[in-house]
Design a protein around this ligand. Structure first.
Ligand SMILES: NC(=O)c1ccc[n+]([C@@H]2O[C@H](COP(=O)([O-])OP(=O)(O)OC[C@H]3O[C@@H](n4cnc5c(N)ncnc54)[C@H](O)[C@@H]3O)[C@@H](O)[C@H]2O)c1
Length: 379
């Protein structure tokens, strides 16, 4: 099958590489010639590194490079069986792209979006034949991250969903199918990792370095929340949180934080701007955490209880199965364990009592325990 990729930025370039590595002919389209050139040059340098590391032969590298056709014209997509769109995250921009795509492809061509935050149903709204719209949500970098969330919209025909799932499996991806709801699985369930860490900081319980130390040293996470937000970019992370908060009709569980807003407003985006929660300039002093294990455990217990509550909510609201939620968090964001499995190891009764205490102490809806978690405890 010929694979079309629309948008040659960070994600599009990675998806095109992945498809070519898996033996497909690929058409990569971007409206900017300069982006196509950048994608082509980047691919050449990635492949050189892979040859150096003996991961691929130079013949295979040539094969991958010659499998990709670069174009600024949508008409280049005419022979594609699927188009994966990875352009600007704006509904009006995506709408006009999907409208135009439909004019050049066959009726059987799947039209997929890599959107992180828009609903697939809303993107499909631009199509005459919307039963072939889907979400195929990759993680960055697409060739390396194992997880793919596949999202059917209410309009999607099940046969297109099955085709997309088998295509992703043939690329060796771990596929989770989930409902077309804000943040899908990963970006929804992971919210408390950032939000509760920020809340703990705002209450003056611990500083950034101490919270990060607790979550890595005691919690076993690969990166602390503040280091991770500095990697993602506070502007990007804040925008995702805000869009999820709005999309959930302002549910207080997803309320964004002033601390992150202020950091974003000040241009403290993180690594890319040289300063975020931490200072990345030459010779900057690295803050020392307070290595208090009692405090550290309290921090981990609180954030983990909130994450687990969110995982139960995703299952309760039929976003995905428990297995899919655990797979998504371990393969999509490298959590040390699946949250449902983790809740069973700690004991669901213990998790529920942590949440009930938070709920009683603060009286905020944010801490309400999920009904499915309560049900688990009763079993
Ligand atoms: N960056 C991530 O970590 C990440 C992860 C998962 C999903 N996503 C989603 O993937 C999509 C792309 O993100 P990105 O980070 O690769 O963006 P990017 O800014 O790196 O690239 C976007 C590309 O789209 C091109 N473009 C914009 N409008 C176009 C149009 N109308 N026609 C053709 N090309 C057009 C731009 O020239 C640019 O090359 C977004 O929907 C984003 O939410 C991003």
């Amino acid at each position: 099958m010929v694979i079309g990729v629309l948008g040659a930025g960070t994600m599009g370039a990675g998806i095109a590489q992945l498809a070519a590595q898996n033996g497909h002919k690929v058409i990569l389209v971007d409206k900017q010639e300069v982006q196509l050139k950048k994608a082509k040059d980047q691919l050449a340098s990635i492949l050189l590194k892979l040859i150096d590391k003996h991961k691929i032969t130079s013949e295979k590298a040539n094969e991958i490079q010659s499998a990709i056709t670069y174009s600024t014209e949508l008409s280049a997509f005419s022979s594609c069986g699927i188009i994966i769109e990875a352009i600007l995250e704006q509904l009006d921009v995506k709408h006009s792209a999907f409208e135009q795509l439909e004019k050049v492809v066959s009726k059987e061509c799947i039209l997929a979006s890599n959107t992180s935050s828009l609903s697939i149903a809303s993107i499909g709204g631009a199509l005459q034949k919307a039963d072939r719209v889907l979400g195929i949500h990759f993680f960055n970098p697409a060739p390396l991250m194992p997880l793919v969330e596949v999202i059917p919209a209410v309009q999607t025909n099940v046969s297109f969903l099955e085709q997309a799932v088998s295509l992703m499996k043939s690329w060796d991806k771990t596929v989770v199918v989930c409902k077309d709801t804000p943040g899908f699985i990963v970006n929804r369930v992971a919210r408390p990792f950032y939000g509760e860490a920020l809340r703990i900081y705002e209450e003056g319980i611990a500083d950034f370095a101490t919270i990060d130390w607790a979550m890595t040293e005691i919690g076993g996470f690969k990166m602390g929340p503040f280091t991770l937000m500095d990697y993602i970019g506070n502007d990007v992370n804040y925008a995702v949180t805000t869009s999820i908060f709005e999309a959930f009709y302002y549910d207080p569980r997803f309320k964004p934080s002033f601390t992150q807003k202020r950091h974003s407003e000040a241009g403290f985006f993180g690594r890319k701007s040289g300063r975020g929660y931490f200072d990345y300039s030459e010779g900057a002093i690295i803050p020392t955490p307070v290595k208090d294990y009692v405090l550290g455990q309290q921090i981990v217990d609180r954030i983990l209880a909130m994450l687990i509550n969110e995982a139960y909510d995703a299952i309760f609201m039929q976003v995905a199965t428990a297995e899919a939620v655990d797979l998504a968090m371990t393969k999509g964001v490298n959590y040390p364990k699946g949250l449902i499995q983790w809740s069973k190891e700690i004991g669901t009764k213990e998790i529920l009592s942590r949440l009930e205490k938070l709920f009683a102490d603060y009286g905020e809806d944010r801490y309400r325990p999920n009904p499915l978690l309560r049900k688990e405890v009763l079993h």
